[in-house]
Write a protein that binds this ligand. Sequence first.
Ligand SMILES: [Zn+2]
Ligand SMILES: [Zn+2]
Ligand SMILES: [Zn+2]
Length: 159
Amino acid sequence: MDFDFELNDYNNEKIKCPECGFIFSAESFYCPECGLLVINDYRCINHKNIIAKWMCVVCQTPLCDNCVHFKLGRAFCEVHLDTFIIDGHLPVFKTGSPWVAYLVLGRLKQSGIPCVLFNQHDSSYSINIGDLSFLRIMVPLEFYEKAIQELKNNRKSVV
Ligand SMILES: [Zn+2]
Ligand SMILES: [Zn+2]
Ligand SMILES: [Zn+2]
């Protein structure tokens, strides 16, 4: 695969993704924007004899061309295909209560997880109509697993 290494400066190596053009740290083994793997060390989760080309951007499951699903230019596994993503953020918590929302928001921020509250009333994004009364707490993709873990740990005290 042809990666554009001309962008490298040696203090802070960057790779330009040949798939989507996103520029990211050479330390990352996949493009965080579209999910393209930059190394050939992974086998597809479903096909142990096929080198994975993609990473699900939500759960980092390695996938081959046959198993990957694309939505809005991003690679997803089957489980995460319907994940609701806005500006690179994923929802980790949904509630009808502003009080609970702020409590959870505070806990995540305390654990160093950048998060935002998304109020569907204020949004011009078109989403499921039946869902309008919910507040969602959204975290950047790369913090998703950490946030889910944090919420599991705190579940008893939050609810
Ligand atoms: Zn990419
Ligand atoms: Zn996934
Ligand atoms: Zn596969």
